[in-house]
Design a binder for this molecule. Structure first.
Ligand SMILES: [Zn+2]
Length: 506
């Protein structure tokens, strides 16, 4: 993404309990009847309450019924097919900001209780390790933000869109809300005739029955919950062809379709440019969703990136800048979506690379030298590390601060690490690494350690010390090849604003 992320919530770290589900078979049996439901997590350092132990989701089937206005809850049915990785008396899902009406496990009614932001499901018989299970939750999904729940659904002037990064998918649907558990998705969106619904992946039918139409979409590749997108609005869907016959569709407000076309027409060439840098586009389709909303950010929702329409209509933004932001979100389809972070501390791999290609595109197409921006980033880097932590060990989100973990240290501060790496191993090795990275980890998740290992292998050098200093150091190391570059002294209590552009982040 981004700019100003949507999370206003107070981290629920204090309510988190480390996964102790299977600590002792004996005590579980004795306590099962009386044990209070408790929220669980998989121990993500930055969002320890996200995700749940004991199962691996294979697919989500999500049905939403839009009532024709965006200030009322949607009726929803979420069906999850999961593989158990432990014996389970209970199974936790992440979910809040909706009312649960019923839960079934393998077709039989199950008990359920809320605990923190978890939905704790108790099937009528324990689930054994190494088996398939199907959980069906009938619930509502509330699109109205509150002080504690801002994120997930985004209200637009004509309907809804979705922005779940980093920790808001479970404000929309019950899920295992962590990017380490990617799954296939099917969406069914029922809306009054006159609305158009679009979701990630390819269309699989639009059935008109009476006054409503049900739109179905399916992903062809696994996806993290944070990258789900559902757009409902008075929209036009514009089709075009990308490189190698890639089917593309853009979603824009019907009334603005003609005015926005010059921007939309740029995307196929941007995809071809990215392919020339890192290899084939990783998904079944791509497109731009231009939403009439004041999100304050853009977001790389898989196969359909979310942009504020105003980015394209506000005359203050120079053309090169808007194009570079389009490439930022596009490059996330490789870096962040196809290869997603195993833990949120790896987010520098998303934003560092997206910033890298944003800057490289501006250099190659608009004569904005990357070195100038890198020199400026070097100057600010110590301040960013002080404010947000080193790139690969970011500080946890600050309660009440919307920026969350999306601070300059993981944008320009992380692109600076990639620049130092290119200086260190040379351009040919760096470019081989980039291509190999997205090919090796396609449709999967990867860690910072994976990147360090691959960079070392590709360059034929042991880069562990180099990355230790650049990714985890409190101070920015000397820049290879630029001994004259100097950091400026950290500003105490520096505002977490980015260095670039007239917008605060992306
Ligand atoms: Zn980004």
């Amino acid at each position: 993404m981004l700019l100003t992320p949507r999370s206003r919530r107070t981290p629920r770290i204090s309510r988190h309990r480390k996964a102790a589900l299977l600590a002792s078979a004996v005590s579980v049996c004795l306590l099962a009847a009386a044990a209070p439901a408790e929220p669980l997590g998989i121990g993500d350092r930055l969002y320890p309450y996200l995700g749940n132990p004991g199962y691996d989701v294979a697919s989500y089937d999500l049905s939403f019924t839009y009532p024709g206005r965006n200030d009322k809850p949607l009726d929803a049915v979420t069906t999850i097919d999961a593989w158990t990785t432990a014996d389970l008396e209970h199974l936790n899902l992440d979910f809040t900001h909706g009312t649960v009406r019923s839960v079934e496990v393998d077709g039989r009614p199950a008990d359920f209780a809320e605990a923190g932001e978890d939905l704790v499901v108790t099937p009528d018989h324990p689930l054994s390790e190494g088996s398939w299970t199907r959980i069906t939750v009938r619930h509502t999904s509330d699109p109205v933000p509150t002080k504690d729940h801002d994120g997930g659904w985004v209200q637009t002037t004509d309907g809804l869109a979705m922005a779940n990064q980093a920790d808001a998918a479970h404000l929309v649907f019950p899920c295992n809300d962590h990017p380490s558990d990617k799954a296939m998705f099917t969406f069914h969106i029922t809306a009054p005739n006159g609305y158009t619904a679009v979701a990630n992946g390819l269309p699989a039918g639009a059935d008109r029955v009476g006054k409503t139409t049900t739109w179905t979409y399916r992903t062809q590749h696994p996806m993290a919950t944070e990258l789900a997108q559902v757009s409902i609005g008075r929209s036009a869907v514009l089709h075009r062809e990308g490189p190698h016959g890639l089917p593309m569709r853009d979603v824009v407000p019907s009334a603005d379709a003609k005015a926005l076309e010059p921007w939309l027409a740029k995307t196929p060439d941007q995809i071809a440019w990215m392919e020339s840098k890192v290899g084939p586009y990783p998904f079944e389709t791509y497109g731009v969703l231009m939403a009439q909303a004041s999100t304050g950010f853009e977001l790389e929702t898989q196969t359909l990136s979310l942009f504020e329409k105003n980015l394209f209509t506000e005359p203050a933004y120079p053309q090169w800048y808007i194009e570079s932001i389009m490439v930022h979100e596009l490059s996330h389809q490789w870096f962040g979506d196809s290869v997603s972070p195993r833990a949120w501390s790896d987010v520098w791999l998303n934003e560092g690379h997206a910033t890298w290609y944003e800057e490289l595109y501006a250099e190659e197409t608009a004569h904005r030298p990357m070195e100038d921006r890198m020199k400026a980033a070097y100057s600010a880097s110590d301040s960013w590390r002080e404010a947000g932590g080193p790139p690969a060990r970011p500080k946890p989100p600050t309660p009440g601060q919307k920026i969350g973990i999306f601070r300059p240290n993981v944008y320009d501060g992380a692109a600076l690490v990639l620049y130092a790496l290119r200086q260190q191993i040379g351009r040919p090795a760096f470019e081989r690494l980039e291509r190999l990275w997205v090919r090796t980890h396609r449709d999967s998740t990867a860690t910072t350690a994976d990147f360090v290992r691959l960079a070392s292998a590709v360059s034929g050098r042991d880069l562990r010390g180099f990355f230790q200093d650049w990714l985890y150091g409190e101070k920015t190391p000397p820049m290879p090849g630029h001994p004259d570059w100097k950091p400026t002294a950290p500003v105490k209590d520096a505002e977490p604003a980015t260095s670039a552009g007239s917008r605060s982040a992306r």
